[in-house]
Design a binder for this molecule. Structure first.
Ligand SMILES: C[S@@+](CC[C@H](N)C(=O)[O-])C[C@H]1O[C@@H](n2cnc3c(N)ncnc32)[C@H](O)[C@@H]1O
Length: 392
């Protein structure tokens, strides 16, 4: 059993876990926390999970007794430990002062000291260590660098998990910012969101000896989705209307292969998604489609009608075109625009109401509400709405 600490938009992380591990294996324990029934967990391929850990203790008591149980458990486990332990404690949804949590660490440290085991407690003013602190201290990556994820579930139960690592934020920043070709105008899809989108198609890594599944991005731009899919072990295929974007993707994929020492098959070609003919095989389609022009403030009603109509036309024509070229059952995850108004509501694309007529079924998620699959930052007018589809 694993505990996952979810990212800034927990619903996206939950949806990703449901697609990979099955809805019945995922429960939403607390606002930022999920529990997954699995023996194996691959954090580095998940964009929506910040930290993960294996469940070690569960307690139906109040914090005070749970903390005593935790101290007893780790005293038993570590009293003969060889070498020094670095220990971080992170609380989630716990209604206690951060100093209370540090106190539990200090008690454990003092008791272990009496048995001759030395502990360095990672200092923290907050209840939970930041992902950066966990990552930089390499917590969860070896037996003597431990982070305990302590979660109070919404039903009051306290769950303790031993972290198996935090997201490698250094690697994400490098992939995002060091690649040679970037283009602020076509937008900057964060690598983590690209990973989430790929995972939302539910494709699993092929096993040894099997041919690799091929992911098509028909709006590939600078190639963020292709880059992440290649790192996850897929074969990648990108097309874009703009010749410049094909060059950018090519340079970025070459850079990835060289700097990350990975080899993968890729194919790039110019093409209008509305009428392109793609090569087979296409095992999944993942794309950040045309999002219309960027806005720094909500547009006028007339402007919004115009931009929305234009995006709706391009994206529905694309869905019709690709639908005639993929097999029934092929999964797709596409990001389409939704516009935020001043009151925080969203204007969606009309095609969302017509997906079945276009030949697609929308995937359903047990732990999500409508509008949960919208990705945006507080200052953004154009949100990315993720549509998770299966060709009928
Ligand atoms: C939002 S950007 C995608 C950015 C991309 N995710 C990246 O990693 O840079 C949309 C892309 O769609 C392309 N595009 C717009 N209309 C298109 C069409 N009809 N067919 C194919 N590509 C199109 C644009 O050139 C642009 O690169």
């Amino acid at each position: 059993m694993y505990i996952a600490i979810l990212g800034r938009q927990p619903a996206l992380g939950l949806a990703e876990l449901e697609q990979l591990y099955g809805s019945a294996s995922v429960s939403h324990l607390a606002p930022q926390v999920a529990e997954i029934k699995t023996d194996e967990f691959h954090l580095s391929r998940l964009g929506g999970t910040l930290k993960a850990g294996q469940l070690t203790l569960q307690s139906r008591t109040a914090w005070h007794q749970a903390s005593q149980k935790l101290v007893e458990h780790y005293l038993r486990k570590w009293h003969t430990f060889e070498g020094k332990i670095t220990l971080g404690l992170s609380g989630y949804n716990l209604d206690i002062d951060p100093r209370e949590l540090q106190k539990t660490g200090i008690i454990l440290k003092q008791k272990l000291k009496k048995t001759g085991v030395s502990v360095r407690l990672v200092p923290n003013q907050e209840l939970a260590l930041s992902t950066a602190t966990s990552h930089h201290n390499k917590l969860g990556l070896s037996a003597n660098k431990v982070e305990l994820l302590i979660v109070k579930a919404d039903d009051g139960t306290i769950h303790v998990a031993e972290s198996t690592g935090a997201q490698n934020i250094t690697a994400y920043t490098r992939r995002d910012q060091e690649r040679p070709m970037r283009d602020a105008f076509v937008g900057m899809l964060p690598p983590k969101l690209a990973q989430i989108m790929i995972n939302l198609t539910g494709q699993l890594l092929p096993s040894e000896g099997e041919p690799r599944a091929r992911i098509l991005d028909p709006f590939c731009g600078t190639g963020v989705i292709l880059q992440e899919a290649a790192l996850m072990g897929y074969t990648v295929y990108g097309t874009d209307l703009a010749e410049k974007m094909i060059r950018y993707s090519r340079d970025n994929l070459n850079w990835l292969a060289e700097t990350h020492h990975v080899s993968f098959d890729w194919f790039l070609r110019e093409g209008d998604a509305v009428d392109a003919q793609w090569q087979q095989p296409i095992n999944a389609v993942v794309a950040e489609t045309y999002l219309g022009q960027p806005f720094s403030a909500p547009p006028s009603a007339a402007k919004l009608t115009e931009v929305r109509g234009n995006c709706n036309h391009i994206i529905s024509s694309f869905l019709k075109n690709i639908g005639s070229q993929i097999k029934p059952g092929t999964p797709l995850c596409i990001a389409v625009p939704a516009w935020r108004s001043k009151d925080g509501g969203f204007t969606h694309l009309p095609l969302i109401e017509k997906l079945e007529a276009l030949g697609y079924r929308e995937a359903t998620f047990a732990n999500l509400r409508p509008d949960d699959l919208l990705y945006y930052r507080e200052d953004q007018v154009v949100a990315r709405e993720l549509l998770v589809l299966v060709k009928l």
